[in-house]
Design a protein around this ligand. Structure first.
Ligand code: 4NP
Length: 151
């Protein structure tokens, strides 16, 4: 069973938005599990930010049922786990955990092709959440599609 895990800081803005897109992409493939997590445990069990829910809903994706959690060491263990991180600083934290536990999960940036960070919209306004959606749609989705895992 492959698992795709999107990761950001708080797991209430960028990663649940990315998770919503991947849930839709793989909705007909029961062998792929989609999940998300935060590096920090700032908002345990919280739903996504209202602005993230609103922008995703506008484009037809319901993420209101998702709940925030912190990344766990076991997320980094199976080689079937593919992790998509919002920024290079998240990647550094994930690699530290992976090395500590001898994990084999594969770690990518959400903007892997451009190798740049996805900015944090949390301190911004609705336009920043629109921009987050656009970037994920234009960059993360094509990258995930070309991995060759059938959706
Ligand atoms: P996210 O945004 O990492 O995209 O979920 C943030 C949400 C909350 C905080 C930081 C970033 N925070 O500091 O609480």
């Amino acid at each position: 069973m492959m698992k795709f895990i999107t990761v950001c800081t708080g797991n209430i803005c960028r990663s649940p938005m990315a998770e919503g897109l991947l849930i839709d992409l793989f909705k007909d493939n029961p062998k792929i599990k989609i999940d998300s997590a935060g590096i920090m445990d700032y908002h345990p069990n919280s739903p996504p930010d209202k602005r993230a829910i609103k922008v995703m809903k506008k484009y037809g994706f319901d993420i209101s049922h998702l709940r925030a959690r912190q990344i766990k060491a076991e997320d980094l263990i199976p080689q079937e786990n593919l992790i998509f991180a919002a920024t290079s600083s998240h990647i550094q934290s994930l690699k530290q955990i992976k090395e500590r536990v001898g994990g084999e999960a594969k770690i990518f940036l959400m903007r892997e092709d451009k190798k740049i960070d996805l900015p944090d919209p949390w301190y911004g306004d609705i336009e920043d959440f629109e921009s987050t959606f656009e970037i994920l749609n234009k960059e993360l989705l094509p990258f995930v599609r070309q991995l060759g895992v059938s959706s």
